[in-house]
Design a protein around this ligand. Structure first.
Ligand code: ADP
Ligand code: MG
Ligand code: MG
Length: 878
């Protein structure tokens, strides 16, 4: 018989995959002897099984749940659903990795019309009992049955307005009773049946709801954004309730052992007296700093501090803890390695090394590679900031600087911002909720009127590395009318506002930002360790000297891909390339190309100089020629004049270049096969540039010439012969014995399949995984956006294969090509230059298949260096 349910006392931290993060840490804390309300965990395997079993719990699961429930009743001395002293539980989801806010918790489960009376008598606190019941009805209806939360909140607000009070806490027992009646009616109106009175029915419904929620749309989006496989499933924790809302010796809070924004050591947290957990997270009331607890309940504070330190020393990492105090007794409800900004992650990792808690390799693995992106984010320009007008101040919830146009809903932010119209957006909300995730992603910054440092907005923003200022109580937001007021000003949708996530200051208008400096001490230390342990080299994709210099500053060891066509689009060059394209004869073409040599050579020289002697792979002309042809009337006329042709003739020749499927048309090495003059010109430019720069600077550059889009060894050989002939001629003219290398891009499946033959001619391979993915899947990256969303929703694909390499299909081609190629040529140099080169999971793959380097955009170079080190360290462990 399979075991689907584990008591907390049966688990350990090492059972994360089975028990989920929350469950395994509740087990570990139980093992360590911390005060934990007891309970049990239904495994992630049960979740997977539930989905396989047509979304139903099996009999075996139900039996095991009931068995452990009986045990839980025993140790608490209470009965589930009892009329005198009922056992109440929470039902909490918890996947292997935390997915904040993705799946909702149900509190106070087990209450019904009769039990609530017993509960009131037993606790001698009717207001509290009825409040618990109304909270439960509300949560159960919303989370389990999908009855909109707002229906309930409206009633609460209406009642508060009627009574003229501000907080929920001001409502009395009779108010709670009347809310319960109203809530049950709302439930009935929506569900067409009465609110379930049987506690076991409530429990099974809740467990099913957690399992179901694994596949809700926001969970799917979150998984895709965070590389979490869909088949992991979530566990469910059933835990005895403790109550932080039993008066002034009770409370609930969230705390970190180090500051999650800066990494500074020391307890950092917030709590609310007389409140239930949800109140802190939802940002309904603005909480007090944890230091206040020392004044309110000194004994609890002392115990809390001791146990927090114990947990940090046990897990050797910064802990994020939830606790509740019930009538002076402290309980821990959760601990986990806390989410943190990249800046904090780096400081904490270095501090832990210095404290002797972890070693360098562990420190390198502690930093999420992608998060380094945050450190490359802008800050405000100092002078612009001085001139700026501060109009408000709130909590510095997530660092960075943001300036942009105000939008009031997540949808509008999504449409306007990154990935949409590309405007800089500041999302202004009363508070955020999980539905807002995509809108938050599209924004430069987030400003909320409510909520503390641990509110949804704050946690999610830090995770994304997006600037966030939260809990701005003076801010008046009317989301419906799309206006807000702050510091005496009224802002409408589209007005500019600026946020400083480091100070919490809010500024009027659009304040200039500048790129961040990344050379802080701790950052340098981590990168130094990364460089020490990684095996893969890291290069960059760059076409301009500025990009190349920037990449070198960020640690690039050369250029893996220099796209030469970008050099042709310049205003002074495009007319010449157009002449070349529309030329009728070889002589005309050569004449046009000869005029381009000085430009191209000059560019190469500048690139080589920016690289200070580092290698550069130069890819020969690749795009379909029609991309260069004139499109406007004016350009056509100019070209006609240049070429002594009529406008009509120019138009006809341009039309002739039209292709039905240009991405699979006359491009790549096919251009050099039809017009060898192009390859000749480029060879002359690159060879002369290298020879001259070597002479001028004392470098010993050996040009790497890359022929794109090869699918057949003979076409490579054909172009290679052209290159060699010219290169040798240049050497002779210049009296130079410079070495050079000719290789190819592997981006057509046929090239991968015949890599052993290709390697007879190619000295190096560079995997152009953009085209390779496109041609392997048979869909283009320019069109895939239109239908991939449906593929995610239907769980056909879990991620965008253009962002993260499809290891199973495309990866197989890569691996095969490396193996076959090296059979022919053991020292074949292999790298990757597609967009994937900066993606950590792809980098791990590249390490495993034995590539020599990855090449990515300049800003991803630090990410790639770190990811390469993590790949080396993790694969050594396994
Ligand atoms: P999340 O993963 O979204 O933080 P949790 O399961 O941790 O969800 O719970 C949400 C809130 O409910 C937290 O504040 C937590 O402390 C509180 N909570 C959960 N279980 C209990 C319990 N058994 N007794 C008291 N409070 C609880
Ligand atoms: Mg929690
Ligand atoms: Mg390509």
């Amino acid at each position: 018989m399979a075991k689907w349910v584990y008591k907390f006392e049966e688990g350990r931290a090492s059972m994360r995959n089975l028990l989920g993060g929350k469950g395994c840490n509740l087990a570990e804390m139980t093992y360590l002897g911390l005060p934990i309300p007891q309970g049990f965990t239904i495994t992630t395997e049960a979740c997977t099984e539930y989905h396989k079993n047509n979304n139903a719990l099996t009999q075996e699961m139900e039996d095991q749940i009931l068995e452990d429930l009986t045990w839980l009743e025993g140790i608490n001395g209470k009965k589930f659903g009892d009329v005198n002293d009922p056992l109440l539980v929470s039902v909490r989801s918890g996947a292997r990795v935390s997915m904040p806010g993705m799946m909702d918790t149900i509190l106070n489960l087990g209450l019904n019309d009769v039990a609530v009376e017993g509960f009131a008598k037993k606790t001698n606190n009717p207001r509290f009992a009825y409040d618990s019941y109304r909270r439960f009805i509300q949560m159960f209806s919303d989370v389990v049955m999908g009855v909109p939360k707002s229906l309930f909140e409206k009633e609460i607000d209406a009642l508060k307005a009627k009574k003229g009070v501000k907080y929920d806490i001001d409502l009395d027992t009779d108010d709670m009773k009347s809310l319960i009646a109203t809530f049950k009616q709302i439930y009935k109106d929506n569900q067409h049946e009465d609110f379930p009175q049987d506690a076991k029915t409530q429990l099974f419904e809740a467990v099913r709801a957690v399992f179901r929620s694994w596949d809700n749309p926001r969970a799917i989006v979150y998984r895709r954004m965070n590389d979490i496989p869909g088949d992991w499933g979530t566990a469910v924790n059933v835990q005895t309730m403790v109550f932080g809302n039993m008066g002034n010796t009770s409370g609930t809070g969230v705390a970190f052992t180090r500051n999650p924004a800066t990494g500074e050591k020391g307890i950092f947290g917030e709590y609310l007296i007389d409140a239930q957990g949800e109140d802190v997270v939802a940002g309904v009331r603005t909480p007090s700093p944890i230091s206040q607890l020392e004044k309110d309940l000194p004994e609890c504070y002392k115990q809390f501090m001791e146990l927090a330190t114990k947990l940090e020393n046990h897990f050797h990492d910064m802990q994020d803890m939830e606790f509740t105090i019930q009538e002076g007794k402290l309980y821990f409800l959760q601990t986990r390695n806390g989410k943190r900004t990249a800046q904090a992650a780096i400081k904490i990792a270095c501090d832990l090394v210095d404290e002797g808690q972890i070693d360098e390799k562990e420190a390198v693995c502690r930093i999420e590679a992608k998060s380094l992106d945050q450190l490359l984010h802008p800050t405000f320009d100092k002078d612009a900031l001085k001139a700026g007008e501060v109009i408000g101040h709130a909590l510095p919830a997530s660092p960075g600087a943001a300036a942009g146009k105000i939008y009031f809903t997540a949808e509008e932010a999504k449409a306007a911002g990154k990935g949409g119209r590309g405007e800089r957006v500041v999302l202004v909300r009363l508070e955020t909720s999980p539905e807002d995730i995509e809108g938050m992603h599209a924004s430069e910054g987030i400003l909320t009127a409510r909520g503390g440092m641990t509110s949804h907005a704050a946690v999610v923003a830090r995770g994304m590395g997006t600037c966030c200022v939260s809990g701005c109580t003076e801010l008046k937001v009317d989301e419906e009318k799309k206006v807000c007021e702050l510091g005496g000003y009224t802002f409408h949708e589209g007005d500019y506002i600026s946020l400083d996530g480091n100070t919490g200051n809010i500024y009027k208008g659009d304040i200039k930002t500048v790129p961040a400096s990344t050379n802080t001490g701790d950052f340098g230390r981590i990168m130094g360790w990364a460089d020490k342990y990684r095996k893969l080299r890291v290069r960059t994709n760059a076409d301009t000297p500025a990009d190349a210099a920037n990449a070198v500053r960020l640690g690039a060891e050369g250029i893996g891909l220099c796209r030469t066509e970008h050099m042709f689009f310049n205003e002074d060059r495009i007319p010449k390339i157009r002449r070349m394209i529309l030329s009728d004869t070889v002589e005309e073409r050569e004449a046009a190309l000869n005029q381009l040599i000085p430009f191209q050579k000059g560019d190469f020289k500048a690139m080589y100089k920016a690289l200070e002697g580092r290698p550069m792979v130069v890819r020969y002309l690749d795009p379909p020629l029609h991309e260069f042809v004139p499109k406007t009337e004016e350009d056509m006329e100019q070209l006609a004049k240049d070429m002594n042709l009529s406008v009509e003739e120019v138009k006809t020749r341009c039309d002739e270049l039209h292709e039905f499927n240009p991405m699979m048309g006359h491009r790549g090495c096919r251009l050099a096969v039809t017009y060898p003059e192009i390859a000749k010109m480029q060879t002359r430019a690159v060879m002369e540039a290298a020879i001259e720069v070597n002479a001028e600077e004392g470098y010993s550059i050996e040009p790497d010439i890359m022929i794109p889009l090869v699918g057949e060894v003979k076409e490579l050989k054909f172009v290679k012969d052209v290159v060699v002939e010219t290169a040798e001629a240049v050497k002779k003219e210049k009296n130079s014995d410079i070495k050079y290398h000719i290789g190819t891009m592997i981006e057509i499946p046929r090239a991968a399949l015949t890599a052993d033959k290709i390697a007879q001619e190619a000295e190096f391979f560079s995997f152009g995984t953009n085209d390779l993915t496109q041609m392997t899947f048979g869909f283009s990256r320019d069109d895939a956006g239109k239908f991939l969303e449906s593929y995610y929703q239907n769980k056909i694909y879990e991620f965008d294969p253009f962002a993260k390499l499809d290891q199973e299909g495309v990866g197989q081609l890569v691996q095969m090509a490396v193996e076959k190629g090296r059979k022919t040529r053991p020292d074949l140099h292999c790298g990757i230059c597609g967009e994937h080169g900066g993606d950590p999971s792809t980098i791990d793959f590249c390490h495993r298949v034995g590539l020599d380097y990855v090449s990515c955009s300049p800003f991803r170079v630090p990410i790639a260096r770190l990811a390469a080190a993590q790949a080396a360290i993790n694969n050594e462990k396994n």
